[in-house]
Design a protein around this ligand. Structure first.
Ligand SMILES: CC(C)(COP(=O)(O)OP(=O)(O)OC[C@H]1O[C@@H](n2cnc3c(N)ncnc32)[C@H](O)[C@@H]1OP(=O)(O)O)[C@@H](O)C(=O)NCCC(=O)NCCS
Length: 183
């Protein structure tokens, strides 16, 4: 499988059905997905999600078709092997080829170890080498301290605070939209 992105500790490439059980385990975890919309309740739901994913174009500069793409984040272990520890969503908008939205999720066990910083720095780098992308957008629930701190640490700035932005599992939630611009 083509590696979309590689860092010291990590490989990012497409999710496949061989990831299904690991993917379901953390995506179904209410602590991990406390502030996220996608929380499959059944294995079948996770399976359908993986089956419907768009193929991630390679190299990254050829990524032009609007929509959501999802990459598996894999920790390198010994003998060239790796284990799935999260995923990265990459969203290209229908009406704006200058902007990309990112969303990252890690299993509880691998949070707080600088993994998101490593992934985000790498994807930010290649996003800003893309011929059209000039702005990266991330949105999060204001109560998601880990995400807000991560984004601020990476240089994102708050663009908009939206009160009562949407309903998430019967709760009306606020939303914070952060922007990072190409230097
Ligand atoms: C948000 C998330 C991706 C951060 O990943 P991570 O690998 O733990 O982040 P890092 O270890 O790279 O930490 C980045 C910075 O965020 C801050 N941070 C991390 N975890 C934190 C926590 N639990 N509370 C407050 N700040 C936290 C720290 O400032 C840290 O920088 P520092 O260690 O240099 O001080 C991770 O917590 C996660 O997957 N959460 C569940 C899914 C989610 O909510 N995703 C957000 C998209 S909506």
């Amino acid at each position: 499988m083509v590696i979309a992105l590689e860092t010291d500790r990590l490989l990012l490439n497409e999710l496949s059905l061989s990831d299904l059980e690991d993917f379901f385990l953390y995506r179904n975890d209410p602590v991990v997905t406390r502030y996220q919309g996608f929380r499959p309740e059944k294995l079948e739901e996770a399976k359908q999600f993986i089956e419907k994913l768009k193929p991630f174009p390679f190299p990254f500069e050829t990524l032009v078709l609007p929509g959501w793409y999802q990459l598996g984040i894999r920790l390198k272990i010994e003998n060239g092997l790796s284990v799935l520890i999260g995923d990265l969503g990459v969203h290209l908008f229908d009406d704006d080829s200058t902007t990309v939205e990112l969303g990252i999720t890690l299993t509880s066990k691998f949070q707080g170890k600088g993994i998101a910083t490593e992934v985000m720095n790498a994807i930010i780098d290649i996003c800003f080498q893309h011929p059209t992308i000039e702005r990266i957008v991330c949105s999060t629930d204001p109560r998601n301290e880990a995400c807000c701190s991560l984004l601020r640490k990476l240089g994102f700035e708050l663009f908009k605070f939206e009160k009562d932005a949407f309903v998430l599992r019967e709760e009306i939630v606020d939303d914070m939209i952060f922007h990072l611009h190409k230097a």
